[in-house]
Design a protein around this ligand. Structure first.
Ligand code: CAA
Length: 259
């Protein structure tokens, strides 16, 4: 896979793929091409049987400072409608494998929204999260008002979205936006470690478990429980379920094949 604005390593560790946003001079501002590349890379990693979890990262200074303001500045509403950039985000949201964001420095606007498209988040002590679109006369457009509110609650989301104020890694952790804070030299390693732990599990169980947790965001409890139950039953059709339970009984480590 060769791209201009991202780097992809399909085996950064066994069964773990890595996508690195790589537009460092612009603080990884998410232009349309970069987002298209992320979508394409995710689709390829999602298809690849040798990949069971995906880490998305930037660099030490910036995960991503948001959508590319220079690219959007002159656009009209009709231009934006025709460009339909959010269909790319919809495709990213549909990634079946777990995605872990490894964040250092700025995760702002679309950068913060990309973090929230991931399933777990490891941050360095220097990470800052924000939805500063209000400072440039707009508002979040890639799910910021919805996912942030679900993640951190109404008053914190309002403060970030209406004042544009950034929050620190510590505040993001306290608010439930991220899983873990580690020293800056360890954030990527730690995210890969988290991905590797998931990669040891049955990939089918992981996929259905992810799908079930995400279902909790767009349905009511009874329907969510019903959905969960169906996925639970379905896993009894897999060899991995037999392997996992037999390995427990035989006191050995399970060897999951994804079948
Ligand atoms: N779009 C385009 N270029 C950007 C950018 C962005 N979102 N963020 C940074 N850059 C560029 C800067 O223009 C600058 O380029 P030049 O060297 O050519 O001038 C370069 O990256 C470095 O940035 P700064 O000099 O500004 O660095 P700093 O350390 O002084 O400030 C910052 C860092 C606070 C992140 C500041 O760059 C900033 O405020 N960036 C914009 C953040 C923002 O508003 N994001 C939301 C975008 S809209 C959006 O995301 C909509 C959506 O929901 C999808």
């Amino acid at each position: 896979m060769s791209f201009e604005f991202i780097e992809v390593n399909p085996q950064v560790a066994p069964f773990v793929g890595l996508i690195r946003l790589n537009r460092p001079k612009e603080l990884n501002a998410l232009n349309l091409q970069l987002m298209g590349e992320v979508k394409q890379a995710l689709a390829q990693l999602d298809e690849d049987e040798q990949v069971r979890a995906i880490v998305i990262t930037g660099n030490e200074r910036a995960f991503a400072a948001g959508a590319d303001i220079k690219q959007m500045a002159g656009k009209t509403a009709i231009d934006m409608l025709k460009i339909d950039q959010f269909s790319t985000w919809d495709a990213i949201r549909k990634t079946k494998k777990p995605m872990i964001a490894a964040v250092s420095g700025f995760a702002l606007g679309g950068g913060c929204e990309l973090v929230m498209h991931c399933d777990m988040v490891v941050a360095s002590e220097t990470a800052q999260f924000g939805q500063p679109e209000i400072n440039i006369g707009v508002m979040p457009g890639a799910g910021g008002t919805q996912r942030l509110t679900r993640a951190v609650g109404k008053v914190r989301a309002m403060e970030m979205v209406l004042t544009g104020k950034f929050i620190t890694a510590q505040e993001a952790k306290e608010a439930g936006l991220i899983n873990k804070i580690v020293p800056v030299e360890l954030y990527l390693e730690e995210a890969i470690k988290m991905a590797s732990t998931i990669a040891e599990k049955s990939p089918i169980a992981v996929q259905l478990a992810k799908e079930s947790v995400l279902k909790a965001f767009d349905t009511h409890l009874q329907e969510g429980l019903y959905f969960e139950r169906k996925n639970f039953y379905m896993l009894f059709a897999t060899e991995d379920q037999k392997e996992g339970m037999n390995a427990f009984v035989e006191k050995r480590k399970a060897d999951f094949k994804g079948r």
